[in-house]
Design a protein around this ligand. Sequence first.
Ligand code: SAM
Length: 504
Amino acid sequence: MGKKSKKQKDSGKRAAASVEGKELSKQQKKQLMELVTQLLQTCMVIPDGPKEYEYFVELHSIVGKIRALQDGLSCPPLDREKAIPEFLEWVRKHGVDTSAVEITSFPDCGYGLQATKDLKETDPFLTIPRKVMMTTGTAKESLLGPLIEEDQILQAMPSVVLALHVLCERRQPDSFWEPYINILPNEYTTPLYFSPEELLQLKGSPAQSDCIKQYRNIARQYACFYRVFQTSQNAEKLPIKDCFTFDDYRWAVSTVMTRQNQIPTPDGSKITFALIPMWDMCNHCNGTITTDYNLEKDCSECFALRNFQAKEQIFIFYGARSNAELLIHNGFVYPENELDRIAIRLGISKGDPLYEQKNELLKKLGLSVLRNFYIHTGMIPVDPQLMAFLRVFCMSEENLKELNSKELSEADADRLGDIDFPVSEENEEKAWAFLQTRTALLLRAYETSEEEDIELLKKEDMNIHERLAVQLRMCEKRILKATQTYAGERKASVKGDKSETAAA
Ligand SMILES: C[S@@+](CC[C@H](N)C(=O)[O-])C[C@H]1O[C@@H](n2cnc3c(N)ncnc32)[C@H](O)[C@@H]1O
């Protein structure tokens, strides 16, 4: 499956030669190549902190010029609604039992699956055989095969392989996966689609920098593959060779990012990336992973994560992701996210007179002197790694000497991360005071308050990108505020305990 007959391979050539609509002139092709080279050179630069946003504006402007030249060259739009009946017929023909589910449009999360009957927690509701999936394996068997064999980037990046595979199959008139591709969204809400003004809404959030890094990576990949398609003999037969637009690549990458799953290879020896038709119509909610791969039957099996009544939307759990990760990789924010967290970067200054001793102890704990930690939503925002770092950060010379002079047992290391085992009253007070101040500073980096964000979200005419950015920063502020309060309470309780002791 996925292997094309000679007839199919020839039709790939046809598709490439007759890209509907616009043909670029020689002059335009030259201009495009110059812009792609400029993009590649700009992508070589790794911007530093304060200049990062300006860098994004520059990248976005070069990409804008490329997109303008490519106007009319991208794939024609898809009509999802119209394509659903044929898609259902196709999956059923290939052995998918769709009797428990229906594809329906839901407010706020696009299409999804609705239960046609009551389902009990753990009931199986969808089984998808490998033969309908698009995988890195089917990519290797397609027209892309020779290029994958030649290109080291492709060999190391299965998601890129899958993105190019989807794009080639979208351009292939008689693709096996045509009924599946036709029900995919026309565009996504991943930050790859954000304008500089929209990205500005994330000012103060650590996610802004991650969005820029993602944009730079995808722009660089685009520029690299644009050149590969112009020069490699193994790209000659690809239906995207002469019409590889930035918009199409961004669409393909977003398709893969928002829908891919990992499955074992047929022999079970490795893990591969896959797009799983029909299963990938499920939207996300809190819970646990309930999709498994049955190697014996060679299919993906999905079970209900809770009871669902007939007519209710069936959700699955995509995995433990923060809202920033959900926005960047999945294009949505989930305010009810029980596993939300925000990254904070902490480090010991080289100017700290106890730098060496702190470094030594952190090494013993498997922590580095500068790294990202997380604070979490929920009752206890601080995890053991952060707790241990805060304690070492605020430790006295005496404590450091004592701990560095001996072999640290697992129990010693665990105690340093255990919220209920202070090193000393002084250390505890300092650690919580530090966290309280740091969260207050981080909150000040945003240009709006949580209350202002809540008001903004009441506006109905806000565009979806801005809405997502405002939702994300609102969720982040909630975590920071809760942590600030929590740290303040813990600090006060150390003092309280002290005064109690003094009174006793
Ligand atoms: C695997 S697809 C699910 C099907 C998708 N809704 C569609 O129309 O094709 C994942 C995408 O669904 C949307 N999504 C999933 N869960 C969501 C949720 N809880 N809230 C909002 N959007 C959600 C996001 O756009 C995400 O990128």
